[in-house]
Design a protein around this ligand. Sequence first.
Ligand SMILES: *Cc1c(COP(=O)(O)O)cnc(C)c1O
Length: 471
Amino acid sequence: MTGPETAQYSELPSIDRLLNSAPAQILLAEHGRAEVKRAARELLASMRAAIAAGQGVDTGIEAICGEIGRIVGADSRAGMRRVINLSGTILHTNLGRALLPREAVDAAAEAMRANCTLEYDLESGRRGERDARIEQLLCRLTGAEAATVVNNNAAALMLTLNTLALGRAVPVSRGELVEIGGSFRIPDIIERSGCRLVEVGTTNRTHPRDFRAALGPQTAIILKVHQSNYVIEGFTAAVDERELALVCHEAGIPLVVDLGSGALLDMEQFGLPHEPTPMEALGKGADLVTFSGDKMLGGPQAGIILGRRDLIDLINANPMKRALRCDKVTIAALAALLEMYRHPERLRDRLPLLKTMLRGRAEIRAQAAPLAELLRRRLAQVASVELVDCDSEIGSGALPGRSIASAGIAIRPQASTRRQSRLLDDLAAAFRRLPVPVIGRIRNNEFVLDCRCLEDAGEFAAQLAELEIGR
Ligand SMILES: *Cc1c(COP(=O)(O)O)cnc(C)c1O
């Protein structure tokens, strides 16, 4: 082989020469030998491929080391990172749901840093109960007889079903056979928990008589599932907890309610739409309720089960409890959070979720206005920028179909409609490439940044200089 390709191949440095070069020393010190070597191999292979394809490459050591630095740098940013959630969904499952209060974060950090009384009773010096304090707090706050906690609400439901209905029948209304997102579907959870689903009623209407007709000697419990992420409108009928509890108790079986979000506070007192509480469900006769720790409760990922002592005892005795239990970090954070609920008057200033939900449109507008101005100047050639009213969703299955008045920034590319969707995608991508990625949403030919969840406007503004559209 002769010609320019051969010459270029022979100009490529060996790995050893690269790693021994002066510019490589900074990379080695920063990222370690293995990482730099891996990136160098990857880069040299792609350079060889480029030469073979007849493309010219820069074989200088400086240029190659610069490229290696970019490769390792990009890789070290590939994992989970902090983002700024301007998506308009407050509890965004893909963005980590609830933000914890300082008190809970500190308690979690301490549990990680030092030994603790996770399962240790200081008084007697003997083994203690992992969930004891959480149970005590939950019972005080809700009036429930007993409580237990597991990894998440899906685990709570699975463990409840597997404990109370293994190998037996579980009637559920056809209007409540929910898919929450991803792989969580009520029919699959019931089946994989070892139970048999019995579908009751129709999609839009289910009556108490439908449940009575579905009961048999094989029926273990009735399950009611909160319609978390959808609404059924029009000619509808559902059987509420009180009626269902009657049906259950006539038959001598427990009523289990999966609340999904489960707020511990009456949201109406803050002018927010009503969200079902575990206290209401228990008050109407539910024997057990389950809900998430990181939805409307505003805490860490966890699944909480509240209700009858005898049923909770059975659940705790299920060997699967061990597989689904919470770790010490979650226990610490959840306990600290529940302590805060003992002083509900102060929650609106201390609980990030509540603070975020209670921000008024005017306040958000005032925060967004200077940012819109900055963006208008920054994007002058590319897009029009406007301060707009928008609506935030709570998300994660809380208050479906209801939204909270908010404000934000709408960016509309100046282009023919045909190119507009490309430009919208480019805009969204450019915001995602910022040092602290900003997540917005595309809606009606606009890229919208809902500023309800924006905590640090200064940080947002400071990084706008690095916004690069269409790279
Ligand atoms: C969110 C939700 C779940 C799942 O809860 P995770 O804590 O995410 O496991 C289950 N059921 C309902 C009704 C929900 O809304």
